[in-house]
Design a protein around this ligand. Structure first.
Ligand SMILES: Cc1cc2nc3c(=O)[nH]c(=O)nc-3n(C[C@H](O)[C@H](O)[C@H](O)COP(=O)(O)O)c2cc1C
Length: 168
C-alpha cells in the first residue's frame, strides 16, 4: 500500500493528527515490506505527484465553517486524478455535531461520493499560539456554543484498522 497523507494546519493540531496517523500506520499495517506512507503539508508545497500512490488521505482544519483554501483548491484542481485513487477525507474541528455539514460544504460532491471513508479527527483550540483576532473569535464562539477540545484518537485508530483490513 502506498499512502499519501495531504493536510493543512494553522496551529499544528492537524499536523499532530497526521503524524500520529502516519506513525500508527507504520507500526500497525500488515505487509510492512510493501507499505509506504508519506505526509505533505499543502501549505507551501510546490508540486505533489499523486501518480505513485494508491491511497490518498486528505483533509485540514475548520475555521468559521471552512477548510483551508489549499485543501479546497487541491481537491478541485486534481479532482480527476483523485477520482482514480482510494480516498479518505478527514477534518479537524471542535463541533462534531456539524461534521456532516462541514464535509458537504468543503469537499466536492463527486469526491465525497467516491471516498472510501470520512474521518473526524477532533480538534484542539491552542489559544497560547493564537493571534489577537483568532483568540477573540474563539472566545466569542465558545460562549455561544460549547466546544469539544480534544483530538479523537479513537477515530484515527479506527482508520488504521480500516486500512489494515483493506491491505489484507
Ligand atoms: C478562529 C477559529 C475559528 C474556528 N472555527 C471553527 C468552526 O467554525 N467550527 C469548528 O468546529 N471548529 C472551529 N475552530 C476549531 C479548529 O478547527 C480546531 O482548533 C482545529 O483543531 C485547528 O487545527 P489546526 O491547529 O491544525 O489548524 C476554529 C478555531 C479558530 C482558532
Amino acid at each position: 500500500m502506498k499512502i499519501l497523507i495531504l493536510y493543512a494546519s494553522k496551529y499544528g493540531c492537524t499536523e499532530d493528527c497526521t503524524n500520529y496517523l502516519k506513525d500508527k500506520i507504520k507500526d500497525n499495517l500488515k505487509d510492512k515490506l510493501k507499505q509506504e506512507v508519506k505526509t505533505i503539508n499543502l501549505k507551501g508545497a510546490e508540486h505533489v505527484d499523486l501518480q505513485h500512490y494508491d491511497w490518498v488521505i486528505i483533509g485540514g482544519s475548520i475555521y468559521i465553517g471552512k477548510i483551508q483554501k489549499e485543501i479546497k483548491l487541491f481537491c478541485e484542481q486534481n479532482l480527476q486524478i483523485l477520482l482514480t485513487k482510494n480516498i479518505v477525507l478527514f477534518m479537524c474541528c471542535t463541533t462534531p455535531d456539524q461534521e456532516s455539514e462541514f464535509f458537504s460544504k468543503n469537499f466536492p460532491a463527486s469526491l465525497r461520493k467516491h471516498a472510501e471513508k470520512t474521518v473526524n479527527m477532533g480538534g484542539e483550540l491552542r489559544q497560547h499560539k493564537m493571534g489577537f483576532f483568532d483568540k477573540k473569535i474563539t472566545a466569542m464562539v465558545s460562549k455561544l456554543e460549547p466546544k469539544k477540545n480534544e483530538i479523537l484518537y479513537k477515530n484515527i485508530d479506527e482508520l488504521v484498522d480500516f486500512l489494515n483490513k483493506k491491505s489484507s
